[in-house]
Design a protein around this ligand. Structure first.
Ligand code: ADP
Ligand code: MG
Length: 262
């Protein structure tokens, strides 16, 4: 079979595609035109394929931008999360969260558990799943967020900063309780949480049970108010057991001992 000749470039096509900002069409029209000729595609189908290509690429680019904008410290996904040994974390429930519908309901997620039990991993994975639904997500550690608000306040831009943050559909606050805030930090974080309450969603990870949040917010009343707001419409996931890395290392060591002769 002879290959169809490479299509000649119609005048204006490249520059028109450039003017209309259709980069994918500009890259792909030759290939698709050749293919359409070979497959004897009806014009309408060829056009539909061409346009669809641009739509798909744009969606992918938007998702990549969302993920970048979220500033996750590392990229973790649900398919690498091992749910065995985590009775407090139901896979179905997490997969449901990954559909990002909790954002429309302005619900929150709280992940509670010891160090190394997968809280950050799950919070990032849920965040990425929301980005893939084209939601706007921003990841912070609690200390980072407090610093951010501090700086904004010092520069007289706190209101603007809060408005900016309220544009995200989801804010992840990781490691609440690892570092206690100073009085201003506690107050700023409290204000932020009060502001997004029932308007936006939060994913909060913490090593502290609710009874000890007063240590973070330096004041039982403020802590109670935060708990009330965060937990009111929240899915609570308890990550349990020993550090995952420790468990994995121990399993490896056991396997090595079994292999060793004698
Ligand atoms: P935490 O935030 O609770 O301290 P991390 O989420 O940072 O714990 O987990 C520590 C490390 O162990 C990370 O590399 C994470 O990907 C991995 N990890 C933890 N739990 C799991 C799990 N159930 N399945 C797969 N990897 C896990
Ligand atoms: Mg963590």
């Amino acid at each position: 079979m002879t290959r169809p000749p490479t299509p000649a470039e119609p005048p204006h096509l490249e520059s028109d595609l450039r003017t209309l900002c259709l980069p994918t069409l500009r890259q792909q029209w030759r290939r698709l035109t050749e293919e359409a000729t070979r497959r004897h595609l009806p014009h309408a189908e060829y056009l539909a394929e061409l346009v669809h290509l641009e739509v798909v690429h744009r969606r992918e680019a938007r998702i990549a931008r969302r993920i970048q904008e979220a500033r996750f410290p590392v990229l973790k996904t649900l398919d690498t999360f091992d749910f065995s040994g985590q009775p407090g974390v139901q896979k179905d429930e997490v997969l449901e969260l990954a559909r990002a519908e909790f954002l429309a309901q302005k619900r929150n997620v709280v992940l509670i558990g010891g160090v190394g039990t997968g809280k950050t991993h799950l919070s990032i994975a849920i965040g990425i799943a929301c980005c893939q639904r084209e939601k706007r997500v921003r990841f912070f550690t609690a200390a980072d967020l407090a610093n951010h608000l501090h700086e904004a306040k010092a520069a007289g831009r706190l209101t603007r900063k809060l408005e900016q943050l309220a544009r995200f559909d989801l804010v992840v606050i990781d490691e609440l309780g690892y570092v206690p805030f100073d009085a201003t930090g506690a107050e700023l974080l409290f204000n932020f949480i009060a502001r997004v309450y029932e308007r936006r969603s939060l994913v909060v990870t913490t090593n502290l049970p609710f009874a000890r949040w007063s240590e973070v917010f330096r004041d039982p009343t403020a802590a109670a108010a935060v708990i009330d707001r965060v937990v009111h419409h929240a899915t609570i996931l308890k990550t349990e057991g020993e550090s995952y890395r420790l468990r994995a290392a121990q399993q490896k060591a056991r396997a090595r001992r079994k292999e060793a002769p004698g």
